[in-house]
Design a protein. Sequence first.
Length: 178
Amino acid sequence: MQLYLREINKNDQGELLQMVNEIKNDTIEDKFEGFRDIQYLNEENFNDFLIEREHNKNMKLYRPDLVNQTTFILVDDSNHIYGGTNLRHELNDNLLNFGGHIGYLIRPSERRKGYGTLILSLVLKECQKRGITKVLVTCREGNIGSAKVIEKNQGIYENSKKKVEDNKIYRRYWIELH
Ligand SMILES: CC(C)(COP(=O)(O)OP(=O)(O)OC[C@H]1O[C@@H](n2cnc3c(N)ncnc32)[C@H](O)[C@@H]1OP(=O)(O)O)[C@@H](O)C(=O)NCCC(=O)NCCS
């Protein structure tokens, strides 16, 4: 089956809300890590959510201290959603230390099937299209699945940094694209 990344549209409401409910029932620490934008999504605010996606692509126009960001979902031909990812088009101080260029999440029912590795490989292609050739990807220490996803995508570990705000350590990896 062919899976690909695309931006969210109005027809995705049902699938996306199902995915949000699935994640809410997850038992892991920090369930929405990597794709936090969807945690407050509901039927009432779906249109605002779509408007916000557009807004985020030009965020620097409104908030020069923030960076532009594009959101993608991983879907198949029947528009089943496997997960989501955010691509930050550049780094600011906070992203350089902790957040990196890319966040991602695979819905619990689709984990451990290779989709985490796939979503990162596909969003790296989106980086390439935008001329981002040195990509920073980070993960919280102890997030073994995410560390493996990064390493399987040729992430080279640089170091770990502790974030004062949440008292957590983040592993920082660079991926060079050619
Ligand atoms: C991290 C995450 C994206 C991994 O997605 P996934 O679809 O399970 O990843 P894959 O199936 O591609 O797995 C990649 C490797 O990690 C391993 N792995 C995945 N989850 C794991 C876990 N919880 N513990 C140990 N290993 C794990 C897989 O077995 C696989 O290893 P292998 O190739 O040696 O067999 C997913 O667990 C998730 O969405 N977690 C919550 C959000 C999150 O943490 N996002 C990342 C923020 S940095």
